[in-house]
Design a protein around this ligand. Structure first.
Ligand code: GLN
Length: 345
């Protein structure tokens, strides 16, 4: 391709150096203690090209961090594969122009979230995965739901009371995508924090159920969602996990034929479109304007960005801008795009 002669490594090295003065800008996520306590002065960036070569720079390129909402991309791919077009009955494809955890639009849109990358939409997607793997469990049992509600309300929920089939499927999917068993885990401390301080997400989920948009055991769906948010890995591993998004759904890292096809080309095109339009909440327009790539952020300070047919980038720096996206991470991607010419436009 026209990028064959780009020296990815030296571009990443320069970015990691030039970014230093900007690492003090923004604020780390404070909605849960497990994130508020992360050392804010960190930076890592990694690029995996379409052949599977990984380049990385920055002192934190191998440090695992909480990928948070970046997990919404992988969950969406899984749900699309499981449900196909029917998924769009539950969730829309429009930018929300609102905050990641906003509830206001849900009422005027009969409980159907605007897109799969705001919390409400992601919870609907996780509900769909949940229903698929555990449809036998407690579904629509009002008595059980009452019990679950009481347990959550008093914050006494023990993770052991829920099954972990769906979350393990999501975890396995990420491991298959990244082709590693090692560097991807769920941080139990973050998962606990998500559950303890998750009333807003509970509100979104039960509100959607009142419209029939999500179904079944909502406590179980939330359990899976909280753990999905607590997935952690390094930017190096994340850039590999997302590589299929740059490779038309194929996994260039896979050695055995069975793992080669992650999802269809069609699903990848759609997921990338949604990442560009909705991947950064109410600053999605700003991200598209400055970076010109499909990207998805998480409140842990990570961003995954896709250059179709060329490679996948992951960047991490914990301090966030006002919309909850990594300040330095966005800037680093803007420089990467400008310096290499990968901007899609
Ligand atoms: N765990 C976060 C939440 O549900 C995820 C949001 C995000 O990364 N923007 O509030």
């Amino acid at each position: 391709s026209s990028f064959d002669h780009v020296d990815w490594q030296s571009i990443l090295n320069d970015i990691a150096t030039d970014i230093q003065p900007y690492l003090a800008k923004g604020k780390v996520a404070s909605y849960i203690p497990a994130l508020a306590n992360v050392d804010p002065h960190q930076f890592g960036i990694a690029f995996t090209d379409i052949r599977g070569n990984t380049y990385k720079a920055g002192p934190s390129a191998d440090t695992p961090f909480s990928i948070q909402s970046i997990s919404k991309v992988f969950a969406l791919v899984m749900a699309l594969d499981l449900e196909g077009e029917a998924l769009w009955k539950k969730v829309g494809r429009e930018p929300s122009g609102g905050r990641f955890n906003s509830i206001v639009q849900l009422e005027s849109e009969q409980g159907r979230p605007r897109n799969p990358f705001i919390n409400a939409g992601a919870i609907a997607v996780t509900n769909s995965i949940q229903q698929h793997y555990c449809s036998g469990s407690d579904s629509n049992n009002k008595e059980d739901d009452k019990k679950l509600y009481t347990r959550q309300y008093t914050h006494k929920t023990s993770p052991d009371e829920y099954n972990s089939i769906a979350i393990n499927k999501i975890l396995d999917f990420l491991k298959t995508c990244a082709q590693t068993d090692q560097d991807i885990r769920i941080d139990p401390e973050v998962a606990r924090s998500e559950a303890l301080f998750g009333d807003r997400n509970r509100a979104l989920a039960y509100f959607m159920r009142s419209y029939g948009v999500v179904q079944g055991d909502i406590g179980q769906t939330l359990h899976t969602y909280f753990h999905q948010c607590a997935l952690e890995m390094s930017v190096t591993t994340l850039s590999k996990a997302g590589l299929f998004l740059a490779a038309a759904g194929q996994n260039p890292l896979a050695e055995d034929d069975g793992a080669m096809l992650v999802t269809s080309h069609d699903h990848v095109d759609r997921v990338n479109s949604l990442m560009m339009l909705c991947g950064h909440y109410d600053m999605s327009g700003d991200f598209a304007f400055r970076v010109g790539l499909a990207g998805k952020s998480g409140v842990g300070g990570g961003i995954l960005a896709v250059v179709p047919d060329v490679g996948t980038l992951a960047v991490w720096s914990p301090r966030l801008n006002k919309a909850g996206n990594s300040y330095a991470g966005t800037l680093a991607l803007e420089w990467f795009s400008g310096r290499t010419g990968v901007n899609l436009f």
